[in-house]
Design a protein around this ligand. Structure first.
Ligand code: MN
Length: 308
């Protein structure tokens, strides 16, 4: 019997090839967010052959830049959005009634689950931060939407280093933020050594020029992938970084626009639902029209693994 599936799932899951420490410098692609006063962001995940780090599947770094953020209502499914600021403030509104300003040192965590819509805006000011997504495992992909604001994150001081734990556990401190897979996210300022979990894969995002990882400097906006099998990591040089890590995410996902799903058809359905205004609720208080979904590509969307 031949395989009649026109798009068979690739039998790839990263395997053991990257079970050891690595050092891959991933330079971001410049992406211009839409709107009349658009912001330029540097996107390091997904990268061509490094699509995820644990369940972290999307990493945008922006600023420092004087700008006005204005992201009209748009939907998400199957993921959590993680908002982290170094400078500025951003107002979040969503379709479950949340209205929350986020400031540096605070976490906005939105769990889209089955579907939510939100807007983000700021007055004109210097903005510097990161916008990240965490893929939900299939078992929780359709969980009820939720939003949480955390201004009570644990801060660990060790030698010359300060770590604020956004998600998961680091250096014995655990964030109150809800996670669905074993992962960690922490802002690191200064230099020193932190213990890591050898079963996690890790990456470090530089917020500015200055950090040195494995003896090599990491330019602002770049992400260095560090692989697995490390028991500690030395943060050298100066400057602010974001440590991201997690158990390798072995499920294949389809990421398109603002949706994470498991199949082409699931994404098509999510897009149609958004465009028909049948679900996702409405964001109240935003002065403007919601975003339209782009046209789907002419070829089917393919589920992808963490490395290809
Ligand atoms: Mn969003």
């Amino acid at each position: 019997m031949s395989n009649l599936d026109p798009a068979p799932a690739e039998a790839t899951c990263g395997g053991e090839a990257d079970a050891t420490p690595a050092h891959e410098l991933l330079i971001g692609r410049d992406v211009v967010l839409g709107g009349p006063r658009s912001m330029a962001v540097s996107r390091t995940l997904p990268h061509k052959h490094r699509r995820m780090v644990g369940a972290w599947c999307f990493v945008d770094h922006y600023g420092p830049e004087e700008a006005t953020m204005r992201v009209p209502p748009h939907p998400h499914t199957g993921l959590q959005t993680v908002s982290w600021l170094v400078q500025g403030e951003v107002l979040h509104r969503d379709s479950i009634g949340s209205e929350q300003v986020i400031r540096p040192g605070q976490l906005n965590l939105m769990t889209a689950g089955v579907g939510i819509s939100h807007s983000e805006e700021s007055p004109r000011m210097v903005l510097h931060g990161a916008q990240l997504w965490v893929a939900l495992p299939e078992s929780d992909a359709t969980t009820a939407p939720a939003f949480a604001h955390h201004d009570d994150l644990p801060v660990v001081t060790k030698d010359g280093l300060t770590a604020t734990v956004l998600m998961g556990t680091l250096a014995g401190a655990t964030s109150p933020a809800r996670t669905y897979t074993p992962l960690v996210g922490a802002e690191i300022v200064g230099s020193g050594t932190l213990e890591l979990r050898p079963d996690f894969e890790y990456a470090v995002l530089a917020f500015e020029d200055g950090p040195v990882i494995d003896g090599e400097s990491v330019p602002a906006g770049a992400l260095v992938y560090l692989g697995r099998g490390r028991t500690e990591l030395m943060f050298g040089g100066e400057g602010r970084t974001l440590l991201l890590g997690g158990e390798p995410f072995e499920e294949q996902i389809v990421m398109w626009w603002n949706f994470v799903g498991r199949s082409h058809d699931e994404i098509v359905a999510a897009r149609a639902t958004w465009e028909s205004h049948e679900a996702f609720g409405a964001v109240t208080g935003f002065d403007g029209a919601p975003l339209h979904a782009p046209e789907l590509p002419t070829t089917p969307l393919k589920p992808r693994g963490r490395t290809r």
